[in-house]
Write a protein that binds this ligand. Structure first.
Ligand SMILES: Cc1cc2nc3c(=O)[nH]c(=O)nc-3n(C[C@H](O)[C@H](O)[C@H](O)COP(=O)(O)OP(=O)(O)OC[C@H]3O[C@@H](n4cnc5c(N)ncnc54)[C@H](O)[C@@H]3O)c2cc1C
Length: 310
C-alpha cells in the first residue's frame, strides 16, 4: 500500500449530482477506497420519461430504477456518503472546496466533481410542457423506436433544424415546422426531399390530444396536422452558476452553454472536474456514465500526484 499523510479534509471528492455521471464517478473513486460525498436533490433530466432506452443491458428500464440500482451498489462501499440536499454555492478554499447547502450547512472536499446535469428549456408552445418526455421529445435515439412509425413532427429550432429533421425522419413520416422566413438552401430542400420530410411554414398554435397523448398540431391558420409525437431540438441551460463562480471556462454550443472540459473531464480550474450533460453538447445516459468514470480516474490521478509530492 502507498504511504501518505491523511488529509484533514473530510472528503477526497465532493460530487454535486448523484445521477448517471455522479454515481459513475463515485463508483470508481469508491473502488480506490477514496472518501466520497455524493450530493443529490433528486431531479434527473429524464425524470419526465417513463423509460430509458438505448442503455446497454437496461434497454426499456425506467431511468429511476437504473439510478436506484447504481446508488445501492455505490452505497455498499464504506468510504461513500450520500447527502440528499440541494447544494446552493461552491467556493475554492485552501486545499480544496467548500460546498454550501440550502439549509446553510456546509461541507468540504479536496476535489470537486460537477455532475449536476442541465435543465431543458422546451419552446413555449401550448401543450409541449405536459407532453415533455412522453410525446414531445428531443432525442430520437432514446424514444424514436417506441413511436412505432406514423406521422411525427419536428419543430425547427436554430441552425440545425434541417439536419435534425433528416435524422428524425428515420422514425416516421416527418413534418418539419419552420418559421415562414426560415432560410432553406437548395441543398437543404434536396436533403429534406430525399428524407421524405414535409416542410410546414405555418406556425403551431398548440398541441392537441389528451396529454400526454398527442393527436396532432393545430396551426395558426386553423389547419390540423395529425401527429403521434413531436421532436423538439434540445435547448438547455445550467441550473446554477457553480462552474462560472469557480472561474471555469465555458463552451457555447447550439444547444446552450456548457462547461468546457478536456479529454479527461478536467475543467479549466485545477481540482474541478465536470461530467455528464453539463459538460457536453449532446448527451445520453451512456455518455454521462463514461464521463463520470473518466473524471474519477483523472481526479484520482491528481490526488496521488499531490500525495506523492507532499
Ligand atoms: C425527457 C428525456 C428523456 C431521456 N431519455 C433518455 C433515454 O431514454 N436514454 C438515454 O440514454 N438518455 C436519455 N435522456 C438523456 C439523459 O437523461 C441524460 O443524458 C442524463 O440524465 C445525464 O446524466 P447526468 O448525470 O449528467 O445528469 P442528470 O441525470 O440530469 O442528473 C443530475 C443530478 O444532479 C442533481 N442536482 C442538480 N443540481 C443540484 C444541486 N444544486 N444540488 C444537488 N443536486 C443537484 C439532480 O437532482 C440530478 O439528480 C433523456 C433526457 C430527457 C430530457
Amino acid at each position: 500500500m502507498p504511504t501518505s499523510t491523511p488529509s484533514p479534509m473530510p472528503h477526497d471528492a465532493v460530487i454535486i449530482g448523484g445521477s448517471y455521471a455522479g454515481l459513475s464517478a463515485a463508483l470508481q473513486l469508491a473502488r480506490a477506497r477514496r472518501r466520497v460525498l455524493v450530493i443529490d436533490d433528486g431531479r434527473p433530466r429524464n425524470r419526465f420519461a417513463a423509460r430509458a432506452h438505448g442503455v446497454l443491458a437496461n434497454d426499456g428500464r425506467p431511468g429511476a430504477e437504473i439510478t436506484a440500482a447504481a446508488r445501492a451498489q455505490v452505497a455498499a462501499y464504506p468510504t461513500v456518503a450520500f447527502r440528499q440536499a440541494e447544494a446552493v454555492s461552491v467556493e475554492r478554499i485552501d486545499d480544496g472546496f467548500s460546498v454550501v447547502f440550502a439549509d446553510g450547512t456546509r461541507t468540504q472536499g479536496r476535489r470537486l466533481v460537477l455532475a449536476h446535469g442541465v435543465e431543458d428549456t422546451p419552446p413555449e408552445i401550448e401543450g409541449v410542457k405536459e407532453r415533455w418526455g412522453r410525446t414531445a421529445l428531443h432525442c430520437p435515439w432514446c424514444h424514436g423506436y417506441e413511436i412505432g412509425g406514423g406521422p411525427i413532427g419536428v419543430l425547427g429550432r436554430g441552425d440545425h433544424a434541417v439536419q435534425y429533421a433528416a435524422i428524425v425522419a428515420e422514425w416516421g413520416q416527418a413534418t418539419l415546422f419552420v418559421a415562414p422566413d426560415f432560410p432553406l438552401s437548395p441543398e437543404d430542400a434536396h436533403l429534406l426531399f430525399r428524407r421524405g420530410v414535409t416542410i410546414e411554414p405555418v406556425p403551431i398554435e398548440r398541441l392537441e390530444g389528451e396529454a400526454p397523448t398527442l393527436t396532432g398540431a393545430r396551426l395558426t391558420d386553423g389547419r390540423f396536422v395529425p401527429l403521434k409525437a413531436i421532436f423538439v431540438g434540445a435547448h438547455v441551460r445550467l441550473g446554477n452558476g457553480f462552474a462560472e463562480s469557480l472561474g471555469c471556462e465555458m463552451n457555447d454550443t447550439p444547444m446552450g452553454r456548457v462547461v468546457r472540459v478536456d479529454a479527461m473531464q478536467q475543467t479549466s480550474q485545477p481540482g474541478v472536474f465536470a461530467a455528464g450533460d453539463l459538460a457536453r453538447a449532446a448527451s445520453n445516459i451512456t455518455l454521462a456514465t463514461a464521463d463520470g468514470m473518466t473524471a474519477a480516474h483523472a481526479l484520482f490521478r491528481s490526488l496521488i500526484e499531490e500525495e506523492a509530492a507532499a
